[in-house]
Write a protein that binds this ligand. Structure first.
Ligand code: GRF
Length: 205
């Protein structure tokens, strides 16, 4: 089933499990007018996440959908699709979503599903590469440069088409935490820029 037709405006559905700072940066860019898009809805698998709190503060419809609320995997995926469809979402943004997305959801949105990863893929991606694990590995490998990657989501972790990357220099005295903080700042710049390029048709997905 193809739920997307006659795309004109970007209506964004967020999937987030934790802080939601990337979601916030995207909402802020919409409010500022630097991103021509509409925040449509948030789905979080964590009812007490910062992302849920932020969505409520911003009056973005929010849904708690997890294996607790929906133990049946099929019903779980259907609930996500329904939540986004109810809000006319046509583009899904993963921002710290700690669950693998079932291909049925990706297909329902015609593959218009993006993720941000805090390292320069294809290096330092894949299963287990999340949070501080990524930055620890970057520092342990002696990399001089790291930075976020925005990519399309497919059925494999961190393997979808790369849409954009930004460089962040690794300092000799960086800890995983200091590096993560600088990369997160860069994420907040990069994600809205990529979305605006999609809105303008400069990046095609
Ligand atoms: C970011 O570091 C992002 O790269 C990763 O998850 C984190 C989400 O942070 N995918 P936040 O919830 O947006 O603050």
């Amino acid at each position: 089933m193809n739920l997307i037709s006659n795309m004109s405006n970007l209506i964004i559905g967020f999937l987030a499990s934790h802080g939601g700072s990337n979601m916030q940066a995207i909402i802020d860019a919409c409010k500022l007018g630097t991103l021509h898009a509409v925040p449509g809805a948030l789905v979080s698998n964590n009812s007490s996440s910062g992302a849920m709190e932020r969505a409520k503060n911003e009056s973005v419809p929010s849904y708690h959908i997890s294996s607790k609320t929906h133990p049946d995997p099929h019903e779980h995926d259907e609930a996500i699709i329904r939540a986004f469809c109810e809000n006319n979402v046509n583009t899904i943004i993963l921002a710290g979503y700690m669950r693998k997305l079932n291909p049925v959801v990706i297909k329902a949105f015609n593959g218009r599903v993006l993720n941000i990863h805090p390292a320069l893929l294809p290096k330092f991606g894949g299963e287990g590469m999340w949070g501080m694990n990524v930055h620890k590995a970057v520092i342990a490998a002696g990399e001089k440069v790291s930075g976020p990657t925005v990519h399309l989501v497919d059925s494999e972790y961190d393997k979808g088409r790369i849409l954009a990357q930004a460089k962040v220099f690794v300092k000799p005295d960086d800890t995983p935490e200091t590096l993560a903080a600088r990369i997160l700042e860069k994420e907040h710049e990069l994600y809205p820029i990529v979305l605006q390029k999609i809105a303008e048709g400069v990046i095609r997905i």
